[in-house]
Design a protein around this ligand. Sequence first.
Ligand code: C2E
Ligand code: MG
Ligand code: MG
Length: 734
Amino acid sequence: MTTSASWLGARFGPLSEECHGEVAGPTEDSRFTVLVVDDDARMRASVGDLLDAYGHQCQLAASGREALELLSAGGIDLLLLDLNMPGIDGYQVMHEISEHYPDTDVIVVSGETTFESATEALRCGAQDFLRKPYAPEELIRVINNTLRKRTLERKMRRMHRCLEASEHRYRFIVNNSPDIIYMLDNNGNFVFINERIKTLLGYETGEILGEHYSRFVHKDDIEKAKYVFDERRTGSRASNNIEFRLLCKGSALPYRYFESRSITIELSAMGIYATAQQEAQQQEFVGTYGVVRDISERKRAEEVINFQLYHDLLTKLPNRSLFRDRLNLAISQAKRNKTKLAVMFLDMDRFKVINDSLGHLAGDQLLQTVASRLHSCLRDGDTLARVGGDEFNLLVPGISGREDAAMVARKIMDRLKDPVILDGYEVFVSFSIGIAIFPDDGQTIDMLVKNSDMAMYHIKAHGKNGFEFFADNMKAVFHRQLSLENGIRKALERREFELFYQPQVNILEQRICGLEALIRWNHPERGLLLPDQFIPLSEETGLIVEIGNWVLDSACRELKSWQLQGVGNVQIGVNISAAQLVQPEFERTVLDTLAKHGVAGSQLELEITENILMQDMDQAVSKFQQLAVNGVRVAVDDFGIGYSSLSYLHSLPLHALKIDRSFISGIQAPKDRSSIVTAVLAMARELNLEVVVEGVERKAQVEYLQRLDCGKAQGFYLGRPAPPEEIRALLRNQ
Ligand code: C2E
Ligand code: MG
Ligand code: MG
């Protein structure tokens, strides 16, 4: 406070010492110094006495020169001046006074009696003219008159100075206010605006004055701004805290610039009135006064916080809350306009595998790329939200029926066909999309989301990469799915899994040379379940790692027990899932399990599909190399239906190819031709890989393979998957 007061003081002089109260008191003003200038000593002395008697201070000068000297010393208010003096006469003195001391009053007291001399004296600046000899009362009356006038003038001047200083001070405060301060006339045109407008909005005050306020308000905010700028109320009822945007200079540009180039302000305004007819208590509205505050920073901070609250920070897409909000609105609109809308649940296929194998950074990058591709399929009114790791929800309002939604889904799938390049790898992404239509499939947010989710699960369970509309019968499937997932979790503890073994036969020697371990689930209610019914879900939920370890452990234990019974001289094939392979301790687990049961590495063959091998070649190479050192074999399962490139056959340490059963299924007679089987056999020989043909169901197929000199085969004709006891009997009989 002190600093600002003294700073103001430095700029404007002491804070109105002069101006406190009305005008300074009479004592200060009634003290005057009168200089008596006369060459007649008697005259000087008598006037001096007279002035003394009336309480005036008095100085005496015997000549014009002496008078000028005393004047130059300052402090003289009034001269009683003789005209005729030797040397510098009264006229010359008056000339000097008008030149240098215009503030000093002069009364001429002279023996001159002519009218001309009196006029000349007044012309030279004298306030009054008194002829000698004069009556003392007359002199005192003239002096008092002059001094009274002088007192008044002094007061006026001081008042003027006070007003000026005060005006200067308030103008300074107003112009340096952090807020915009303005006044409008009763038509809404600016009659005053402070200079803050320049730093905040870029206008000169001259550009604003006389203009209507609406020229400077963002067009979307005009209605709101009317409340403020047209404010005619006064006092506490007057508007305040209304937010709107003002345009910065140069924003006659396209709309998109407006937001960022305008300042949001909060405004308080009130009407101002002139009391025109005091008696009638009638007031005349003269305009509006207001203060507007720049709250852009706060608004921007609010915007950031809002964005974070309602968006996913990785993809910048709306999050679940915002999605539900928009869906809510869209449902109301659809009800009103009697239109339909679609809610889609999109779940990326195999995202977990990609994320686990390429790392989270690559996973994030993939999500961002996919999000922007998805976004590019949408119209303006659609909302795409990320609602979970690899889950997206899409709202497509204003559709006329299912076909419209199907078109969007097809467009999305089409846009995702091209691979995404991650760390130099081509990654192919696909989505399982479930669609629910309002009002047919649900009338509330929850129903629509839930049913689209259910439809998504349905497509996921039926081969992925596609879309499906919700149907009532899915509920049952969904619930079964749910209970299945819970069941898998418990199946391990309850020892409900078991292994069946399917023989791999050397068809040239008619001898079982290997077994493939195939998992079965002895479900307490649903009986024996095949892997297709629970392995995909186990892979999705990650439970497959634990299950896979159990399979490996059980297969090795079984093999060892057969060996101890003298029948275990076979190889055992174990299927491996992607999630297992990406485990950092995968090789360790395999080797530890072998060691635990005392089984040789060369008796174990890991069956891995092409797609899994391709997901992370570098890792696969190093893992298989370590396993190969310990004799463990690797076979490519379902060979021929997966990846199109064959170059990996060179780079990986592989031992066998298991030709997918689709290639043999067409063979009806020993002499039929399947050029693919022939070609694969030739290639395998070239690469020094063993071949096992899967799915042999007929004698003719065996004969066909024998003719091609193909050694190993597996299939129902040669032996179905069977429980361990049956297999042991088979082995014993051999
Ligand atoms: P896969 O590894 O290709 O196993 C061969 C599948 O073909 C087995 O089905 C087997 O019963 C079936 N099969 C064998 N011969 C014939 C035939 O002549 N005709 C026909 N139509 N089918 C035949 P299964 O046991 O239902 O297993 C299906 C798939 O489940 C397996 O395919 C494998 O990918 C997976 N799987 C099985 N056990 C495991 C396991 O322990 N872990 C993992 N990760 N996957 C497993
Ligand atoms: Mg297999
Ligand atoms: Mg297979």
